[in-house]
Structure formats: C-alpha cells, structure tokens
Design a protein around this ligand. Structure first.
Ligand code: TXA
Ligand code: MG
Length: 339
C-alpha cells in the first residue's frame, strides 16, 4: 500500500475524513502524540489498526470524539463525576474509562466491557473527527513497543506502507500521551499518568489513586496495555534517581565508555554542558518539565538514529508532568539506579 504524507490543510483533512469513512487508516496529530485512526464503529477498520502496528489484540484502543456531546454514543453511565471532569479537561489530554455502549465493536475494547474515551484539543484532530462524522479509535501511531510519535516523520518511519494517509500538522505540543483515568472505581485511579497532571485532577475532584509501574497488582493488569518495557528505544536506557543521581550517572557513562560503548544522554539544559565535556552525545530537552515532555520521545529516536549503545538519563521528580515523564522513562529503561 502507498502511504500519502500530506500537510494538514482543510482539503486534505476532508480527504482523510473520507478515507476514514471508507474503512481506511489515517495518522493525525493530537495535542499529545500522533494517533493512528480508524472509524470506531467499523470493526474491520479498527482491526486493521492492530495489523498495521503489530499490536496485540489484547490491548484496547482509545475512542476519540469531536465534542463532549457525543459521549453518549460510545459510553454508558455518564456520572456527575465524569461530567465534572469533562467540563474541566475536555477538549484535552485526559482519557476516561466508562462502561461501553454495545455499538462499540469488541475489537476496539479488546473484549472489555469498558471503553476509553477522550476529546482531543488539537485543531486538526477535531476537524478530522468532525468531518468524518464518527468516533475515531486511535492508539499512538507507532509500531508496537516503540516510542510514541511526536512528528509526522516518526509515523512515516514506523508505519509507511501500512496505512493510507499521514496528516502532517507539525510537532505535537504536549509530547506525552493522555492521562488515563478509571472513573469506574472509587477513588478514581490513574492507570497511566499523562498530559493532565495528578495535581490538576485533584484540584477538581479531590484525591485520586495511582497505579504506578512498580506497584502492579497481582492477578493481572486492569489496563492490558500497561505492559512494563514499552515505549522503548533500541539502545539500552539507564535511568538514575535519588540524591546521587548525577554522580552515579557520570560514573556509569565512564565505565561504559571505557569498554568502547557509544554513550548518549537525554538531559535538561542545566546538565547538558557538564555531560558534553565528558564526550557524551547529548540531546537537550530544554529547561522545564513541559519542554522535557515535548522532547523526550524525539530525543530517544534521535539518539537511536545516531547509533548510541547506551542512553543515560536523570529522573526529574514527580511533580506536574514529571510523573508522566518518570513513568515513560521507567518503561523505556533496561536498568534503574536509585541511590
Ligand atoms: O494521548 C493519547 O492517549 C494518544 C493519542 C493518540 O490520543 N493515544 C494513546 O493510545 O496513547 P494508546 O493505545 O497508545 O494507549 C491507550 C492506553 C493503553 O494503555 C490502554 O491499555 C488503555 O489506554 N486503555 C484503553 N482502553 C482501556 C480500557 N477500556 N480500560 C483500561 N485501559 C484502557
Ligand atoms: Mg501507545
């Protein structure tokens, strides 16, 4: 199949919407990462997403809506809590788990009786979903197990030849995926930290619990896509935390270099100068957590393309977007050193 990569102009958005309606696959920018969309009410089309990504059928998809008013089409039991969250955070990077409507095919929810729903805030995503006139099922538009794409070029690299259209709307502004919040439990539980922070959620609805990647419940995962070792670069990533993080990081990279390994680093600007003096290929992430979130996946891909053997990176704490960044780095890491 030939994949078209098209600038996200109004005409091309209409063409992409027609492709979705015909059962095709369209990658499009959201405010978080690029999504790989199919008509959420078309089981065959949604099934093609799993083939294109080589994603296991046990990993359910998020259903994207063009507006809050469409939520009844896909979900049941829209509670006052859900309405409060939707009013505060939609359109935006929050995914809510609801009991599903029968109209949603089983393939979309991987056989679960719940459905993940969000209204994205990116203007191209909203225009595409509205023009298609149907809810759009979309996981991140990467090959399964790779880091999520934050540019159209990342999507091209992973999925060219497997999908119909890539709408290029430039780099995505948030850079990490949406927060997945299970509101079918009390208190609501963050299944995946993301673009809406824990602090923002708690300011609106009070305490929430968090399912962190290191405290996994026995007897299976409540969110089947939350496999650890996910979002991974090809190189071995080593994550450093605790008060001695920088000291340990420098010692580790010297040890790796001494056995001939090529070392790269993902680093905030304040650490970058010191690392560059140590002969490390540095991808600068910026100064604040917002810019780190925006750049982290592009950095992993770039360092892979440079052929580094090892990527070193420092933990940035858990406040604000730090929690989502920590979660992704933990999943990407082959080794975590905290002292
Ligand atoms: O920001 C995002 O969320 C991006 C953009 C494209 O919207 N999408 C995304 O989709 O990251 P994906 O498929 O890569 O991640 C969806 C996550 C997975 O961890 C999956 O297990 C979880 O949502 N999920 C989907 N349906 C669920 C359900 N019914 N119950 C619990 N978790 C669910
Ligand atoms: Mg994904």
């Amino acid at each position: 199949m030939t994949t078209l990569i098209l600038p996200a102009t109004p005409d091309n958005i209409i063409l992409a919407a027609e492709t979705l309606k015909k059962g095709g696959l369209v990658a499009f920018p959201t405010e978080t990462v690029y999504g790989l969309g199919a008509d959420a009410l078309d089981a065959k089309a949604a099934g093609r997403i799993f083939e294109a990504k080589q994603r296991p059928a046990t990993d359910p998809l998020i259903v994207h809506l063009g507006g809050v008013e469409q939520v009844q089409q896909v979900a049941c039991q829209i509670s006052p809590l859900a309405i409060k969250l939707a009013e505060a955070f939609w359109p935006g990077p929050l995914t809510l788990i609801f009991p599903k409507q029968p109209a949603i095919p089983e393939v979309v929810t991987a056989g679960l009786d719940t459905v993940a729903v969000r209204v994205p805030s990116h203007p191209v995503a909203l225009a595409l979903i509205s023009a298609a006139g149907t809810p759009v099922a979309a996981p991140s538009a990467n090959r399964f197990g790779r880091t999520s794409p934050t540019t159209a070029q990342h999507v091209w690299h992973d999925l060219q030849g497997q999908i119909d259209i890539i709408l290029d709307g430039g780099p995505t502004p948030v850079g990490v995926e949406s927060t997945v919040l299970d509101i079918c439990v009390t208190p609501p539980c963050i299944l995946r930290p993301g673009g809406v922070t824990r602090e923002q959620l708690e300011a609106v609805i009070g305490p929430v619990s968090i399912l962190t990647s290191d405290v996994l419940p026995e007897g299976g995962l409540p969110s089947p896509g939350l496999l650890s070792k996910h979002y991974a670069p090809r190189a071995e990533l080593v994550l450093f935390g605790g008060t001695k993080a920088m000291k340990n990081l420098l010692a580790h990279l010297k040890a790796e270099q001494s056995v001939g390994k090529k070392v790269g680093a993902l680093a905030v600007d304040t650490d970058a100068d010191l690392l560059e003096k140590n002969d490390v290929l540095v991808y600068r992430l910026g100064t604040d957590v917002e810019s780190v979130a925006r750049n982290i996946y592009a950095g992993m891909r770039w360092l892979d393309w440079q052929g580094v053997d090892v990527i070193v990176c420092r933990d940035l704490g858990e406040s604000g977007l730090g929690l989502a960044i920590r979660d992704r780095l933990r999943r990407a890491a082959s080794k975590i050193i905290i002292t």
